[in-house]
Design a protein around this ligand. Structure first.
Ligand code: FAD
Length: 380
């Protein structure tokens, strides 16, 4: 066992941290208030390799590992969780689905510009009536000659309006339940494919979230991913890996909240001393530092299993569940340690507290993670 990051990984962490501090930190509040998805950042993120972290170099990716990916997402989330969410949705959902299950032609055509950061990916699973119970989706795709015709809508889609390439799950055979769901690649601008309402969100506001509508949207048969009926099985595998990204995001967010609280604790004086010298504040900081480290280890372990090509359904769910829940705690404690200053926008604690709630909801709620873990651990 070796718990040390390699020199390359330490360098990667430093590079992404410096980038986040210089290119993102000065704009965090402005982007949050305006709900601005910072498209101007994409070429710079692409230069760092962050838009195609784990994809093969033949498809324009940086060919890094899942552990490297966690380092990148962590460092972005430490400064702005909403930028990290967009990068994670691009890499870990839309682009990953094509990388994992697309044909060589589909990868050359669609994955390459995504991995190079020339285009932005989206992934459409959730619908107004189907969230946790994703297999109950109602969007349909009917075969018509050489095309599929999609009708329905998706909700809460990251980059639903700005995404260039979207992977969409739709029912192709109603009689087969989850085995009657297929995945398609859609391009922005296709007739009958339009973005609906943009959500006005509590947190993660610089990450765009919209409704997406399909009205007799024609998709050439060549844009079906894998075989008909395989879409739901593909989805579960995409989510197994995607959850490692949300776990890493939670670790980075918790780290950022912890650091903000620690710094403030030694700036703020009450009763003639820094509040960081009071035992109740020190214990909060210590407990959060320990929990962040535990979450990081769970997350890296799940990533390491992925890098070994081993199954990690259980480990990625445990990492996502634990990391997101300790991140909520770390963010709440950061607000408490800031007192009234934690309640206003001049300090970062307030934004971490708003952003963090997404981590226990997106890519499977905490309750769904517990169901997944129970299925793995407690099978009769
Ligand atoms: C900012 C943001 C970005 C998102 N991005 C995307 C995206 O890019 N693509 C995409 O497809 N989706 C996306 N989502 C959707 C997200 O994955 C869903 O919101 C999530 O899976 C929960 O589904 P739901 O909102 O319908 O809640 P529901 O499934 O209705 O759940 C409501 C509550 O019931 C609980 N619950 C449900 N079923 C059970 C059960 N069996 N046992 C116990 N409790 C249960 C849940 O845990 C939750 O507490 C995004 C959501 C947000 C907020």
């Amino acid at each position: 066992m070796n718990f040390c990051l390699s020199e390359d990984q330490q360098l990667l962490r430093r590079s992404v941290r410096e980038f986040a501090e210089s290119e993102i930190k000065p704009h965090v509040r402005e982007w949050d208030e305006a709900q601005h998805l910072p498209g101007e950042l994409l070429p710079k993120l692409a230069e760092l390799g962050v838009m195609g972290v784990q994809f093969p170099s033949e498809y324009g990716g940086a060919a890094m590992s899942a552990v490297d990916y966690c380092i990148c997402i962590e460092e972005l989330a430490r400064v702005d969780p909403s930028v990290a969410l967009s990068v994670a949705a691009h890499n870990g959902l839309g682009a990953a689905h094509i990388a994992m299950f697309g044909s060589p032609d589909q990868k050359a055509r669609y994955l390459t510009p995504l991995a190079r950061g020339e285009k932005l990916a989206a992934w459409g699973l959730t619908e107004p009536h189907s969230g946790s119970d994703a297999a109950a989706m109602r969007t349909t795709a009917a075969r018509d000659g050489d095309d599929w015709v999609l009708n329905g809508s998706k909700l809460f889609i990251t980059h639903g309006a700005s995404g260039d390439t979207m992977v969409v799950m739709a029912v192709t055979d109603k009689t087969k339940g989850s085995k009657g769901i297929s995945a398609f690649i859609l391009e922005r601008g296709a007739p009958g494919f339009v973005a609906g309402k943009k959500e006005d969100k509590l947190g993660m506001r610089a990450s765009e979230t919209t409704e997406v509508i399909f009205q007799n949207c024609r998709v050439p048969a060549a844009q079906l991913i894998g075989e008909e009926g395989q879409g739901f099985i593909q989805t579960l595998q995409v989510l197994d890996a995607g959850r490692i990204g949300i776990a890493a995001l939670s670790v980075g967010l918790a780290q950022g909240a912890y650091e903000a609280a620690r710094n403030y604790a030694f700036e703020r004086k009450q009763f003639g001393r820094a509040i960081g010298t009071f035992q109740s504040i020190r214990w909060k900081l210590v407990d959060n530092a320990a929990r962040v480290e535990a979450a990081r280890l769970l997350t890296y372990r799940a990533a390491w299993l992925k890098d070994q090509g081993r199954r990690m359904t259980l480990e990625s769910s445990m990492a996502k569940l634990y990391a997101s829940e300790i991140a909520v705690r770390a963010s709440e404690d950061a607000v408490q340690i800031h007192g009234g200053y934690g309640f206003v926008k001049d300090y970062p604690a307030e934004k971490f507290f708003r952003d963090v709630k997404l981590t226990t909801i997106g890519e499977g709620t905490s309750e769904v993670q517990r169901l997944v873990i129970a299925r793995q651990l407690l099978a009769a």
